[in-house]
Design a protein around this ligand. Structure first.
Ligand SMILES: Nc1ncnc2c1ncn2[C@@H]1O[C@H](COP(=O)(O)OP(=O)(O)OP(=O)(O)O)[C@@H](O)[C@H]1O
Ligand SMILES: [Mg+2]
Length: 321
């Protein structure tokens, strides 16, 4: 398989007055052409920050603190803001931002919003060309032409999310980052949006990074899963390797245990006891040490590096050393 994107040793830190928050700390993974890679982990583990780091747009006081983001043989962390805007964002990599469907400017129609975005990124395009492209992508996400004239408040949550997805795709990027695209929608609409994303994946042969806190959603959509905890990658494996549950990182085991839909005990509520470590003063050993049910002495002393334990399956845990 060809690689669409390679992330190596990427770091994004927030330089706050309280200290340096190591939100994304030395993560490496790649995205194959046409695949959906799921990025999963509890709230605050650095999923959104990873998306921003890839696009080279950290929110203040964040800064890329190291690493590479390679697309088409170029490390885009070396690009200037202008280059990123001209060559990368929306053209090669786009992002459906977390909660974007609730942030559509209320005074603009869908058509105005999409037209503005299109022309901002394709300065040479005519209004007719932009209009045609907008209608094509509205239809592709299952919306009719008349949505063009509608205001956001006239649309349901599911329709707004379709507009956001159309906007992420209509400049025809190679890669799309979808940040919690189904969170906040009711279950029926969630299923519709997931189906839409699957359909689009086949039609457009696009690579995607699908971010969610929910392993049951990843089971539906992802080809491979990347599990993140406290700014680090704990495990990467294929859907079969993760959900087959043969060899897992203890954190992934607990996450799966806390995902009732996956083992049909829907009435049972289970959460992982304890809280993630402080990202300003992280522990010197494994980030999961405090909450781990199989910890050993060494885990407190030294953080394990991530290691391939079988083809395509890597785990950062001393149990597998
Ligand atoms: N602008 C910021 N300034 C300081 N710290 C930040 C900022 N944005 C995020 N963080 C911190 O960085 C860490 C990672 O946050 P991030 O939003 O990437 O997590 P997430 O995995 O996307 O969480 P969620 O599932 O809640 O969306 C958290 O500890 C968060 O508090
Ligand atoms: Mg987030």
């Amino acid at each position: 398989m060809e690689k669409a994107l390679v992330i190596s040793n990427l770091k994004l830190y927030y330089y706050t007055s309280a200290g340096v928050v190591k939100a994304v700390d030395d993560i490496s993974f790649h995205l194959e052409k046409g695949e959906t890679l799921g990025l999963v982990g509890e709230s605050g583990c650095g999923k959104t920050t990873t998306g921003f780091a890839i696009l080279g747009m950290p929110t203040p006081p964040g800064k890329i603190a190291g690493g590479k983001v390679i697309i088409d043989d170029e490390d885009i962390t070396t690009f200037s803001e202008t280059e990123l805007r001209k060559k990368i964002r929306w053209k090669k990599i786009s992002m459906v931002f977390q909660g974007a469907m609730n942030c559509l400017t209320p005074v603009y129609t869908v058509g105005n919003l999409m037209m503005e975005t299109y022309l901002e990124h394709r300065k040479e395009a005519s209004n007719e060309e932009a209009y045609e492209r907008i209608i094509k992508y509205l239809n592709l996400v299952g919306l009719s032409d008349d949505i063009y004239k509608r205001y956001p408040h006239e649309l349901s949550g599911g329709m707004k999310q379709r507009v956001v997805i159309a906007t992420a795709l209509f400049l025809e990027p190679q890669i799309v980052i979808l940040d919690e695209p189904t969170t906040g929608l009711d279950v029926v609409v969630q299923a519709q949006i997931l189906n839409l994303i699957k359909e689009l994946k086949q039609k457009l042969s696009i690579s995607s990074l699908f971010i969610t806190h929910d392993l049951a959603t990843e089971a539906e959509i992802a080809d491979r899963i990347c599990v993140m905890y406290a700014g680090k990658i704990m495990e990467i494996g294929t859907n079969e390797q993760i959900y087959g549950r043969e060899k897992l990182h203890p954190y992934t085991e607990k996450l799966l245990g806390a995902t009732p839909l996956l083992h049909k005990k829907v009435n049972e509520l289970y959460f992982i006891p304890g809280v993630p470590p402080d990202l300003i003063n992280p522990p010197k050993g494994c980030m999961f040490y405090d909450r781990c049910h199989v910890r050993m002495d060494i885990c407190k002393e030294e953080g394990p590096s991530i290691k391939e334990i079988e083809p395509g399956h890597s785990i950062a845990c001393w149990r597998y050393k």
